[in-house]
Design a protein around this ligand. Structure first.
Ligand code: P6P
Length: 338
């Protein structure tokens, strides 16, 4: 029986990385792990109970909410509320930020941004979906009412970020700025166990991931990069392979493990791109940078993009360092920033 290390043991062990840590961030990460196990349980039996399909409502993005979207949102918010370490939650499923107003949470020092169930349109067809989270320290004085400055922070201010992928196995991958580690859920003991220590993105990948159905709506720089990926050149292992699941967590997880580039560019219909900066692009950028990769909007580092509104969208070019640099060359040559 090989020795294993649970998420809880790992978090406590790594607490020494933060000399002033009082255990608050550790408890917050524990709370997220608990909610992930609860959501995983429902997703794994989703085909058997009436939790699939549309909830008959839509979120601020105008996207129809799936019953599991709402369920996941409720579970993560409940876990954060009861854990007492979080004072504000920003969620894709909530129009406004949620102040966790209770005597214990008012003293809480952390803000959590969530996409509770990303890729949920794939749930009914059993394609991997996931939860994305991003953690910041509050800026407002402890005990005072939380404010906009707490939620509109630069990506570089993140103290932790991670995702859960509910796929062929369920994994939790996160960083606190000291590298990236992956934990696989062992259902027999109900624990996330360290399975992927010190994850790194291969610098040179051979997989490009983009929804080519939008090709005619892409900027010229993206069109020409796609053609570059498709040209025969054995010296640079081209043509590359195309892989796109329609679930950001699944596409980024593959990129983290196998290398490659994931692109959601601007289109004529969505000039800022589709994906949200606070709870999709920034956490994924933190993780991929910590794993040695790169993340930009085609021009500017994702984590340095000014955050002006809660559900702000951004384009994203993320993955292997060499591939993102090449894609950025095409953007600056053929779609220069105006
Ligand atoms: P499209 C899922 O709705 C999502 O937010 C991401 O998970 C995914 O990468 C993207 O949108 C897919 O968008 O336009 O290609 O269907």
């Amino acid at each position: 029986m090989t020795a294993f290390k649970t998420l809880g043991q790992f978090i406590i062990e790594r607490q020494k990385d933060f000399p002033y840590a009082k255990g608050e961030l550790s408890r917050l990460l524990r709370d997220i792990g608990i909610a992930a196990k609860i959501v995983n349980r429902e997703i794994n039996k989703a085909g058997l109970v009436d939790i699939l399909g549309d909830a008959g409502s839509s979120n601020i993005q105008g996207e129809s909410q799936k019953k599991l979207d709402i369920y996941a949102n409720e579970q993560f918010i409940a876990a954060l509320r009861s854990g007492g370490e979080c004072c504000i939650v920003v969620s894709e499923e909530n129009d406004e930020y949620l102040v966790i107003d209770s005597d214990i949470s008012n003293e809480a020092n952390y803000v959590v941004a969530l996409d509770p169930l990303d890729g949920s349109s794939n749930i009914d067809v059993n394609v991997g979906v996931g939860t994305i989270f991003s953690i910041y320290r509050r800026k407002s004085d402890t005990g005072k009412h939380s404010t906009n400055e707490d939620v509109l922070q630069l990506g570089t201010e993140q103290v932790a970020a991670g995702y859960v992928i509910y796929g062929s196995s369920t994994m939790l991958v996160y960083t606190t700025g000291k590298g990236v580690n992956g934990f696989t859920l062992d259902p027999s003991i109900g624990e996330f166990c360290l399975s992927h220590p010190n994850m790194t993105v291969p610098a040179a990948g051979t997989i490009y991931s983009i929804n080519e159905g939008n090709y005619i709506h892409f900027p010229d720089g993206v069109k020409k990069y796609i053609k570059y990926c498709q040209v025969e050149d054995p010296d640079t292992n081209r043509p590359y392979t195309s892989r796109y699941t329609g679930s950001m967590v699944a596409d980024i997880h593959r990129t983290l493990i196998k290398g490659g580039i994931f692109i959601y560019p601007p289109t004529t219909g969505a000039k800022k791109g589709k994906l949200r900066l606070i709870y999709e692009c920034n956490p994924m950028a933190y993780i991929i940078e910590q794993a040695g990769g790169k993340a930009s909007d085609g021009y500017k580092r994702i984590m340095e993009i000014e955050v002006r509104e809660l559900h702000q969208r951004s384009s994203i070019f993320i993955g292997s360092m060499d591939m993102v640099l090449k894609a950025e060359e095409f953007m600056s040559s053929f779609s220069p920033k105006l």
